[in-house]
Design a protein around this ligand. Structure first.
Ligand code: ADP
Length: 306
């Protein structure tokens, strides 16, 4: 196969591993910086240009689109989709999962366990909102935040009020969440590929830190999921429509709760903690999916002729 990896930096661990795994399995791979792509959106022959060349002949595309380039990155991915290149994750699913409020609403509608979550626009409604999510302590999150930045724990109602007021004053979009204290500063990353959890790790934040992000000094270790945790992760991935994703769970008193579904989960932490060849699993899965899609297209073409 000829595979495009949409990534801004060839040197990133995840990008390198995907390229390596694909090449090992005999595929041709090109790493493409989405911000250097430009497009011709024509009804019959959509094209993508890259550094003066036309991108052609790709069978599959692996999107590794950073949160800061979601808008342009998903537009480029959509163009690949218009050219009938198989996307490992679809652009609509990525857009859906990048919107924290929309994701929370979708998961809640399908009955997936989540921390009690609220959001509001008007500062006059803060007090009532705090009451709604069960009072302090509570977690306040910037909707645009990643890697734990913009996630604040407010221990008291007064602290919560002033943080919410400050964020609202800055016109930032926020959500307010029940604090899952019993998680003890740890969470579970479940790496889902094609409806199966293929690798897991537990992340534990440093002493005194409730955020477990590895970027914030968290440490990863091996963990065994319960059947309920496994089922929750698979369900969350399917609701978001993501074939490959990282589902982050907290162990709460009321069972596993989903915090986030990440459409470009990093490979470094999970491969090291689980000692699994996750990149290889992804490429193998993609081979299977590309073959299935090709088979279906050729069958419908034959039927069309008959
Ligand atoms: P980001 O997308 O920036 O990583 P998250 O929502 O995943 O933000 O939060 C970062 C970390 O903070 C999580 O990995 C988790 O350890 C902790 N955390 C987030 N929300 C809660 C919560 N409601 N209760 C307890 N801990 C939380």
């Amino acid at each position: 196969m000829k595979i495009a990896v949409l990534s801004r930096n060839k040197k990133l661990y995840s990008t390198r591993r995907l390229v390596e795994a694909a090449e090992q399995r005999g595929h041709e791979v090109q790493v493409i910086d989405v911000l250097r792509c430009y497009m011709n959106i024509t009804s019959l022959k959509p094209t993508i240009h890259y550094r003066g060349e036309v991108l052609e002949g790709f069978d599959a595309v692996i999107p590794r689109i950073g949160a800061s380039v979601t808008f342009y990155g998903t537009a480029v991915l959509r163009q690949f989709e218009m050219m009938n290149v198989f996307p490992l994750n679809e652009s609509v699913a990525i857009t859906r999962s990048r919107d924290k409020l929309r994701s929370a609403q979708l998961l809640a509608r399908k009955g997936v366990g989540m921390p009690v979550t609220g959001f509001a626009h008007n500062p006059d409604d803060i007090n009532d909102l705090i009451k709604e999510v069960g009072g302090s302590p509570l977690v306040i999150k910037l909707l645009e935040g990643t890697q734990g930045i913009g996630v604040v724990l407010a221990e008291t109602k007064k602290a919560a009020e002033s943080v919410i007021q400050a964020f609202m004053g800055l016109k930032a979009n926020i959500m307010v969440q029940e604090f899952i204290k019993e998680a003890g500063g740890s969470d579970l990353r479940c790496f889902v590929v094609g409806g199966k959890v293929v690798a897991t790790m537990k992340r534990q934040g440093p002493e005194g830190e409730f955020r477990s992000n590895l970027h914030r000094g968290g440490i990863a270790s091996l963990v065994r999921l319960t059947p309920a945790e496994r089922a929750t992760a698979v369900r969350a991935a399917s609701i978001m429509g993501l074939e490959v994703c990282g589902v982050d769970l907290l162990r709460s008193n009321h069972g596993p709760v989903v915090m986030e579904v990440n459409s470009s989960p990093g490979l470094e932490g999970i491969e090291k903690a689980s000692e699994k060849d996750v990149a290889g699993i992804i490429i193998q899965y993609m081979e299977k999916r590309v073959a299935e899609v090709a088979h279906r297209t050729s069958r419908s073409r034959t039927r069309g002729k008959g």
